[in-house]
Structures are given as C-alpha cells and as structure tokens.
Design a protein around this ligand. Structure first.
Ligand SMILES: NC(=O)c1ccc[n+]([C@@H]2O[C@H](COP(=O)([O-])OP(=O)(O)OC[C@H]3O[C@@H](n4cnc5c(N)ncnc54)[C@H](OP(=O)(O)O)[C@@H]3O)[C@@H](O)[C@H]2O)c1
Length: 473
C-alpha cells in the first residue's frame, strides 16, 4: 500500500529554508528518505569562511544522514543549494535562482528564523517578519505552488495562558512597526509597546502570524506551531540531538551539576515534542494544505493553524520531567559532571538570588581562586554568569502553565491512512515520557557531552564518591 502523504510529493520540488538548523535538517532528511521528491531546494547563507555550498556539503556528512546515505547513496543529486539570507534584498537570492524557484518549486517549508530570545529587535524584525514577507511575495510568483507551511511556535501568543489554533490580536502590526523603523532608531527604543517586549523572538513570531492571517497573497498556506522540540524518539535513529537550545540546555546543565534549581513550579506542565514526530507532523500539514487548497476557492480562506504539542494527550509536569532526568542520570551520569545532580524548585526571585549566591557564586569564586593559584585563567564565574543569563531568559517562559488546544492536528491524524501513520507517526496518545526522557538524557550524554557507554562504570564510581564526599561534609 502506498502512502498518500508521500505521494503528494512525487516528482515535486520542495523549497526549504532553515535547513542548516535542527528542524530543517531533519525535514530534508525525512523528505528525501520517505517521499519521492524530485528536488529539494535549500536556501543557505554564507557563514564565516564557508560558502552556502560548503556549508550544505558539511551538513550532509553528519551522522544523522547515515541512514539516508545507505538508502539513497546519491541523495545529494536531489539537493539544490541556493545562496541567500532572509534579511537580504529579495532574500539575497540571485535573479537566476529566483527564476528557477518561480518555474520549479511546488512546496515551501519556511523553517528559518532567528530563535534567540534576546535578539536585538530590529534584527529579529528583519529576519523573522520581513524575511517571511519576502518569502511570501516570492511564493506568490511561483507558477505551480501547491502548499506553503510557515513554521511558527506554540508560544507565539506568549501573553495568553490558553492557546487555541486560531489567530489572536497583536499589540502592533507589521506595518506600524515598519513605520517606526523608518522614522528613526530612537522611536523604536522609546515606543511603549516595544519597551515591554523583552522576548523579541515570540514578539516577532506573533506579528509574522498576524501578517499571514489576512493571506493577502492568496496562497495555499498553513501555520505550524510546535512547542519545545527535543531529541529524536526513533527516526532516523533514536536519541539524536544537536544544539543546546531549550530543554537540551536544561538537561545538560542539570546532569553535569551546573544548575541546582529550576525556576518553576513543579506542578506546572512542560510541553516537549520529539523532533522526528515534529517533522512527520510538518510533512502531514503540508499534505493537508495541498489537499485543502486543491479546490481553488479554498486558497483564499484564512490560513489553517496546527498546534503541535504533546500535553493535550500526554501531559508532563516539571516534577516528572526532572524526576525522570534524575532517574536516567542515576543509571548513567556523565563523567564530565562537575557536581552532583540537585534539584530545588522555587519561583521566588529572592530565593533564587540567595541560592545562586550560596551554590554558584561562593564555590565558583573559590574554584577561580584555585585556578589563579595554579597559574590558570579563572573562568568558572564567567561560565556560570552565561548559564544564569540563559536561565533568566527562560524565566518568563517557565513560570507559566499553558493550556494548548490541538483539534486541527488531531483531526489531521484521524485523516491519515494506516500506511501514512506508519511512515509519518506523530500521535501522542499513550506517549511514554519516562522512556523518552531516558533516551533524551542518553542522547545528551552522547551527542552533546561526547561520552559513550564505555565510561558508565567509571562515571558511576565518580558520582558515588561525590555523594559520599557530600555526606561526610
Ligand atoms: N527548536 C524548537 O524548540 C522550536 C520550537 C518551536 C518552533 N520552532 C521554530 O522552528 C523553526 C526552526 O527552528 P530550529 O530549532 O531548527 O532553529 P535553529 O536550529 O536555530 O535553526 C534556525 C535556522 O534558520 C536559519 N536562519 C536564521 N537566520 C537566518 C537568516 N537571516 N537568513 C537565512 N537563514 C537564517 C539558520 O541558518 P544558519 O545556520 O545560517 O544560522 C538555521 O538554518 C523556527 O522557525 C523556530 O521558530 C523551533
């Protein structure tokens, strides 16, 4: 039996932005492994001394593409690298590439974005809002466009506690923002709305959604809103993770003993989704978009929104999240751990300050003094300073308890055939978070801390001695 979802892509050309990032990378891998696409065009920017072509080549050497390499050794022949960047005039794309896109592309997956919470506002506007606007304009020119999926975030309407699959009002529209940008620099800084916007990532994502809501470009379009993306559950192999974003950073800092207290209420929920499930849902959303908009009258309707969250079907509290991390850590702690795992929940800023002083500043100052004494450069306080800053940026995020709705995403699941479900599994019904977090902690140990299974015995012995040292203190 063939997969309807996969068949949608037969001999088609997909344009993917953000394919050097974690989501875009896994998306291209899955499209090439499971869908009969003709070409995947990827927009990549030059970075440091590397050209777009060189960056793409380096990416496809990564282990995450091993399974694909085995199945389709010549998969690189299906990839077309396009040099471009979102804030550039016409996306920084040459006129030849632009023409090629207009003539050939059928599906657009817009994954690229700056995801830094504290990106300077003007830069975030240029990349996230104006970049999307330019891509939408380009998509409008594409002769045979069948679907456009914009990747947003489940937290784009950050200020709300309950988030449905709908558009919400924004504090300022893109047009008014641009007017402010045009006047002069200081008006951006002095504007009362913008002064309250501490998280430029969510702010710009919300305004981008608002920009798309009117669908002025008359595109077959959907918005895909994932929550917090974690390591792979099973595809192309279990336990792959790449960067220190979000949950991964939290797990790393806890299992190596650098953070001793999460700043949240243990009964609140954290919403994590495996990246392979996310990719499968994203591809399914494209399928739905194509089906829905085949009838041209549907193209002019409001874009459909899909919240991709785990918590509706399988809720996970912070307490369970950290307990599960601890249980996995107990079985296989990292050898590189600097201290024992300790977890104290608090939402009180003063308690956090005191704990930080006692558990971070004081011991770290001694460690830096020790480094100085042995002729080395002190670095521990600085390192913790950065860690505390990253936790502070997450603070407004973790002290909230969100209620998400995902009716559209579940309805889409109900429409998938048995074959599609097998190939593009994304349902969270009866999802086993205990097992997943175990995979996640092992993934962090292996992919981030570069520690394989061979040192577990030594690491366990080291942890036991740390515990006994603590007990004898
Ligand atoms: N990760 C999550 O937990 C999560 C959750 C919800 C939603 N999302 C959304 O998912 C999408 C992908 O996120 P991710 O986690 O894969 O992020 P990521 O790993 O940081 O990747 C971001 C991608 O965007 C590209 N990019 C950034 N600025 C660009 C620019 N000016 N021009 C061209 N490309 C640019 C990056 O290219 P370079 O390699 O050149 O920097 C990279 O390929 C984003 O839209 C994000 O908002 C992510």
């Amino acid at each position: 039996m063939q997969s309807n979802v996969a068949e949608t892509f037969r001999n088609g050309t997909a344009l993917v932005t953000g394919c050097t990032g974690v989501l875009g990378k896994l998306l291209t891998e899955k499209l090439l492994r499971s869908c009969p696409v003709k070409t995947i065009a990827i927009i990549v920017r030059n970075k440091k001394e590397f050209t777009a072509e060189q960056r793409a080549e380096n990416i496809y050497k990564e282990t995450i593409f091993d399974c694909l390499r085995e199945k389709k050794p010549n998969f690189m022949n299906h990839i077309k690298v396009i040099d471009g960047y979102l804030e550039g005039p016409d996306l920084g794309i040459s006129s030849t590439d632009r023409e090629w896109i207009i003539e050939n592309v059928n599906f657009v997956f817009h994954c690229a974005a700056t995801v830094r919470f504290n990106e300077p506002l003007e830069k975030a506007i240029k990349i996230n809002i104006q970049g999307t606007e330019k891509l939408l304009a380009l998509a409008t020119e594409i002769k045979n466009i069948k679907g456009f999926v914009h990747v947003s975030t489940a937290y784009s309407n950050f200020y709300l506690d309950e988030i449905k699959e709908q558009f919400y009002p924004v504090p300022i529209t893109a047009k008014d923002l641009y007017d402010l940008l045009d006047i002069e620099d200081s008006s951006i800084k002095n504007n009362s709305i913008l002064r309250r916007c501490s998280n430029t990532y969510y702010f710009t994502k919300a305004i981008t959604e608002n920009l798309i809501s009117t669908n002025d470009n008359r595109l077959p379009i959907s918005i895909f809103r994932p929550s917090i993306i974690g390591c792979t559950q099973s595809e192309p192999f279990s336990g792959w993770v790449k960067n220190l974003n979000a949950a991964t950073g939290v797990i790393v800092s806890h299992i190596i003993g650098m953070t001793t207290f999460p700043m949240n209420n243990s009964t609140y929920r954290i919403d994590i989704i495996p990246i392979d499930y996310t990719v499968n849902a994203l591809i399914s959303v494209m399928w739905d978009t194509v089906q829905r908009c085949q009838d041209s009258s549907q193209k002019y309707t409001e874009p459909k929104i899909f919240n991709f969250v785990s918590g509706v079907e399988s809720p996970l509290t912070y307490a369970d999240f950290f307990n599960n991390i601890f249980n996995s850590y107990r079985e296989a702690p990292p050898l590189s751990a600097v201290w024992y795992y300790l977890c104290i929940f608090t939402t009180n800023p003063l308690t956090i300050k005191v704990l930080r002083f006692l558990l971070h500043t004081v011991p770290n100052a001694f460690m830096d003094l020790y480094l100085l004494a042995i002729g080395k450069k002190p670095k521990i306080l600085k390192m913790y300073g950065k860690l505390e800053l990253s936790h502070d940026l997450l603070r407004s995020f973790v002290v909230r308890n969100w209620t998400f709705h995902n009716n559209n995403t579940r309805e889409l699941w109900s429409l998938l055939s048995q074959e599609d479900r097998k190939t593009f599994w994304y349902s969270f019904e009866e999802f086993d978070f205990k097992e997943y977090i175990k995979i996640y902690v092992q993934a962090v140990r292996k992919c981030i801390l570069d520690e394989d299974q061979s040192n577990i015995k030594e690491a366990l012995a080291k942890t036991r001695s740390t515990i006994s040292e603590k007990k004898s203190d």
